[in-house]
Design a protein around this ligand. Sequence first.
Ligand code: ADP
Length: 330
Amino acid sequence: SKRVAVLTSGGDAPGMNACIRAIVIACETKGYTLIGYLHGYNGLLNQEYETLSLNATHNLIQQGGTILHSARCEAFKSHQGAKDAAKNLQALGIDTLIVIGGDGSFKGAQHLSTCWDGQILGIPGTIDNDVAGCDATVGYYTAIDTAVSSIDKVRDTADAFERIFLVEVMGRHAGFLALNAALASAADYVIVPERFDNEQQELERIINQIEARRKLKGPVSFIVVVAENVWPGGLNTLAERLSSHMQSEVRPVTLGHVQRGGSPVSQDRLLATKLGTYAVGLVGTEKTLIMIGEVDHHPVEVPLKETWAYTKPLDECSVETMLATMNQRY
Ligand code: ADP
């Protein structure tokens, strides 16, 4: 009978628990032993783990975060780190390691394979959706919802005071979250790294939009969604520049870590459950160093190396739709 280990690594994301739950159930069904390493790759280095059985799955699917805890781990990146991790996996007789995380965690998994010849499977889990080879990562849909409900609230007060608000949304170096949260909350403007020209041009476009609206309707509220790490100098710099041009207050709001938390929406639960179950189905096959993702509602197996080989493009249809609404003078 196979011995399987699972860990969650990097930024936590809603739905990681749903994925762990699916893996526990699939392993029970197959008669595999399952352990969960704690704190990402730290658990591998410190041989810190717990046995996972059906008891662990009670009330789990709806919980945010991850019961295995997540972490970053600098020590694991060295050759010695991979060697120590391999030794610990061998000591426990692990056949298959499942890593739930982002592309950094997948690089870590690839790095481990230089010292360990067991089977390695990845499942994409991050709110940023910045993993190539899959339509969506576990946690992404929930994060859009969280950002949208926050932007809705900002809009209430923006409308009441006819103010300009800048709302910073997470995404590391990708604009998926910002773009789709902006679209779903009917924000007035979005700034994403994939389409960022330069500061002056963006600033002019925003000012033109606001002025055109003011001409038409008098005082208006205006919400600009800004992806993190895009604007040089950060959100406050943009707020200062904009407010000096507009002769009105511009309020910066950073949504921050609330976007990583919360109970996963159904889309994330379903994705996590399907991917976790599919991964366990591959245990014991020759397939290794692959990510299990979903494309067009079908499971796909993608070499880990391809998940960071290129920058995943934004969904073109969302881009076009947002651009069309941004150019409206309503
Ligand atoms: P994410 O998985 O969310 O992208 P990180 O980029 O923080 O998160 O990576 C998580 C962990 O994966 C790191 O703390 C490190 O232990 C491991 N890791 C990341 N990149 C590498 C790499 N190039 N080589 C080895 N391990 C890595």
